[in-house]
Design a protein. Structure first.
Length: 438
């Protein structure tokens, strides 16, 4: 069945509506697009380029060369040629492993997100658009039915790469559009695209799900219908939580499981959410009376009758030591996934405060005593190895500034950032910098 003119207009209008709702007009920062050269990302590039042209924006296309296919370098070259023809800025990002012996798709996805997020930050782009479609949502559902834990792609979400993706948000404006419809739209424009053979490789769960869905009979009346885009979940009120300047989060005792899981990941500076079974067990304990002390995803959960304090579990320092890291004077360093530090002098490094509190100046030691004992060990300590020993979270310093990333990351997890204008403010502002306890 051919896609008629009305359907073509509906497809284009749907995507433009999504872009109008998410993106800002007339600002200098580029909008980044992950371009593989496949039909989905090619359609997104063309639709976004048309929108950008009409709204005074520029597009930056980013192609990741994984080196996993013999033709990957040639594909990257095709993407570069396509962008030259369209007048779109383009970069090729290269991943050369190490490649794991198992779980290769997950490792490649992690590497791809990290490379894309770093490129976005370098370019000043707060939004990275991805070409996931309604078919991707159907495939994810089929994979879950087969025992997988893969989540649904969200129309708007923070980058999963951390800390590379801090302040970068993913936008998927094609989730309400079918893959076949996009390809008919491309064909009508005379465009061709790359077909990745990995999409048909039965070793991968998504490829098996795609084949299974392709074999199912479809209702002819539904073939060319643009499907509704998934709605964003209701966002909880900011009154449901609070934050401490030293990287702790405060929640109500009756906090939901998703909120508790997000708080633990962010307060611990972690990457992976806790298992749902662990969250459920903790929720059962919190539903009972009395204090509760537990750990979750590398965070300490300290609950009393009036609320919950979530912060970095100090025991993790023994299990996973944090090595000292240099602080380049012209850049930033993220310490323990929780604090961003910027040096104002050469020769500095950062390490955990654990075991060095006596080296701090008297005002900093006094400020440190106001924190829970278990929350002190994992704070950042900046030193030149000689006379300078300071924790920039405890007091202002002429040599280094620091800001907590915990609260803004938590709010991004919960869906408090829903458009590009808000995303840029997160990237630029973060939380209070320097001397927040002084």
């Amino acid at each position: 069945m051919r896609l008629d003119t009305a359907a073509l207009s509906l497809l284009e209008a749907r995507v433009r509506t999504e872009l109008d709702a998410r993106l800002s007009a007339g600002i200098a920062a580029p909008v980044a697009i992950a371009l593989s050269g496949g039909g989905d990302s090619l359609a997104l590039l063309l639709l976004a380029r048309d929108w950008a042209r009409d709204h005074g924006r520029r597009i930056l296309a980013l192609t990741v060369d994984h080196g996993l296919q013999p033709a990957s370098l040639a594909w990257a070259g095709q993407c570069a040629g396509l962008c030259r023809r369209l007048g779109v800025e383009h970069r090729v990002l290269t991943w050369r492993g190490p490649w794991p012996t198992s779980g290769l798709p997950a490792a490649a996805r992690t590497a791809r997100h990290a490379l894309l997020a770093e490129a976005c930050r370098e370019a000043g782009a707060a939004v990275l658009m991805l070409g996931h479609t309604a078919d991707d949502l159907a495939e994810s559902a089929a994979m879950r039915a087969d025992g997988s834990t893969v989540p649904d792609a969200r129309a708007w979400a923070p980058s999963p790469a951390w800390p590379q993706g801090r302040g970068v948000f993913l936008c998927r404006p094609l989730l309400g559009v079918g893959r076949a419809d996009l390809r008919r739209w491309l064909t009508a424009r005379g465009e061709t695209w790359i077909e990745d053979p990995a999409n048909l490789d039965d070793r991968f769960a998504r490829s098996r799900a795609r084949k299974a869905l392709a074999g199912q009979a479809r209702d002819p009346g539904q073939a060319d219908r643009v499907t509704p885009a998934p709605r964003s979940a209701e966002v909880p009120s900011a009154k449901s939580w609070g934050a401490e300047p030293w990287g702790a989060l405060r929640l109500r005792r009756e906090a939901s499981g998703p909120m508790l899981a997000a708080a633990s990941v962010c307060a611990a500076g972690a990457l992976r959410p806790p298992r749902s079974a662990r969250v459920e067990r903790l929720l059962a304990r919190l539903a009972g009376p009395g204090p509760v002390i537990s750990t979750l995803a590398g965070a300490r959960i300290d609950a009393c009758e009036t609320g919950i304090l979530v912060y970095r579990e100090p025991g993790e320092l023994s299990r996973r030591p944090i090595a000292p890291a240099p602080l380049p004077p012209n850049g930033t360093v993220v310490f323990d996934g929780r604090f961003e530090l910027a040096a104002r002098a050469p020769g500095l490094r950062v390490l955990p405060l654990d075991g060095h509190a006596a080296r701090l100046a008297d005002p900093e030691r006094a400020a440190l005593k106001t924190l829970p004992p278990e929350g002190r060990r994992a704070l950042p300590l900046v030193t030149d190895g000689e006379s300078l020993w300071t924790c920039p979270i405890l007091a202002d310093s002429a040599f280094v500034s620091a800001r907590s990333l915990v609260l803004k990351r938590f709010e991004a997890f919960l869906g408090h950032v829903v458009r590009e204008a808000d995303a840029h403010s997160v990237a630029e502002r973060g939380e209070a910098a320097g001397g927040v306890l002084s």
